[in-house]
Write a protein that binds this ligand. Structure first.
Ligand code: NAD
Ligand code: MG
Length: 379
């Protein structure tokens, strides 16, 4: 088993990763997260990694005091997160939320680590740069996002060049089937109430707007070298078929299971081997699997993302930045649910130049997108 570093260890994916590690007896060499020092202390005492880090400086100070009776090194800030990402360990599970996860992922690749990637915003904003580095360093990039893991699993054994189309499934979120008027008055609480998955708040809102599926289209373009036109999004309310591929002979191959992120997390950590069963799927209990077209008119975030990746360059970075800002404004009660998509749509018109961009361009574009959104709301 490879030694594992977990970035974003206190979050939904992070804690489930530690459940998998506990079950499989995987050694943890590094843990890093934002500000929840109490949980990080608990995790550190259980797994005894070599180093830990908190992004928040004050939380790091408290953690350092709490762990002063151990040999665990405690780091702080962005540099501290990067120190953990590049420390001892073979594979890094990247589960920080948002573009905040991009830098440490790039640093981990640079340090020669394999990457198990949950943080889709990393590929949405810096996909080209990440892929270049992966190639250069000859490390593995293993998807953790359930749909992309399903696609990856379905492609095992498929000859190169045989992938014709990706069938990307979406649960439809809590607001599937609602009308425009109904969506006008939904609350933060309604939006946080996902029917099938229990996740962090940002991705839960993204699931309600269908932005999550849009980000996943962009993620799939990067991971599987397909065009956006080769991806069909299907609303599949039961979240049992986690995505499928259509091969050159028309055969459709899918991965099915209960909605449980521990399965794709485990596969990324044990690949190409198979791990243990967490929950058995009974198809006769489920009985019916349904598939429908998404409502692209009402849930505008999905077509906006498809348009952004079609245009390429820094467009995906722009809409991602606008979305991160808009979701945070929505969660803080500053804007309504439907405004999220309106704001992101406006950011598509900001026409970022350059196709051959650098990491600095990515951060500048992100900053510009966020500032523009904040000014829009103030004005
Ligand atoms: P979450 O909000 O539950 O957890 C986020 C983690 O990142 C926390 O540990 C937090 O402390 C840490 N963090 C936040 N900002 C940080 C910073 N600046 N520096 C260091 N750490 C920071 O989110 P989540 O639901 O676990 O999602 C994590 C990522 O995985 C997201 O990109 C999401 O899209 C992706 N993902 C999640 C799920 C899921 O089921 N939760 C499924 C697929 C993909
Ligand atoms: Mg997903």
């Amino acid at each position: 088993m490879k030694d594992l570093i977990v970035l974003g260890s206190t979050g939904s994916i992070g804690t489930q990763t530690l459940t998998v590690a506990r079950k499989l007896g995987i050694r943890i060499t590094g843990l890093a997260a934002g500000s929840n020092y109490k949980l990080l202390e608990e995790q550190a005492r259980e797994f005894m990694p070599k180093s830990v880090a908190m992004f928040d400086e004050n939380a790091a100070k408290k953690l350092k005091i709490a762990l002063s009776d151990t040999d665990i090194k405690v780091f702080s800030g962005k540099d501290g997160i990067n120190a953990v990402a590049t420390g001892d360990g073979d594979i890094v599970l990247c589960a920080i939320v948002g573009i905040a996860g991009l830098d440490s992922t790039l640093k981990a690749i640079e340090a020669g680590k394999d990457i198990a990637l949950a943080n889709k915003e990393t590929l949405v904003t810096g996909g080209r740069l990440v892929k270049q580095k992966i190639k250069e360093k000859k490390v593995k990039l293993l998807p953790v996002d359930s749909e992309h893991s399903a696609i990856f699993q379905s492609l095992q054994g498929a000859p190169a060049g045989s992938l014709k189309k990706i069938l990307l499934t979406a649960s439809g979120g809590p607001f599937f089937g609602k009308t425009y008027n109904e969506l006008k008055s939904v609350t933060v609480k309604d939006a946080l109430n996902h029917p099938n998955w229990s996740m962090g708040s940002k991705i839960t809102i993204d699931s309600a707007t269908l932005m999550n599926k849009g980000l996943e289209v962009i993620e799939a373009v990067h991971l599987f070298d397909v065009s956006p036109e080769q991806i069909e999004v299907l609303v599949h309310r039961q979240s049992i078929l986690h995505s499928a591929v259509e091969l050159s002979d028309g055969a459709v191959i899918a991965e099915l299971g209960t909605p449980d992120m521990k399965v794709p997390i485990q596969y990324a950590l044990t690949y190409p081997d198979r791990g243990v069963t967490f929950e058995h799927l009974s198809l006769t209990d489920i009985k019916t699997l349904t598939f429908e077209k998404p409502d692209m008119k009402l849930f505008k975030c999905l077509p906006i993302c498809i348009e952004a990746i079609r245009r390429g360059g820094l467009y995906p970075t722009m809409i991602n930045g606008a979305n991160e800002e808009a979701v945070s404004l929505f969660l803080n009660g500053k804007i309504g649910f439907l405004q999220i998509a309106e704001i992101i749509e406006k950011s598509l018109d900001l026409s970022p130049v350059k196709n051959d961009f650098t990491l600095e361009d990515v951060y500048e574009t992100d900053k510009f997108a966020r500032e523009t959104v904040r000014n829009l709301i103030k004005g």
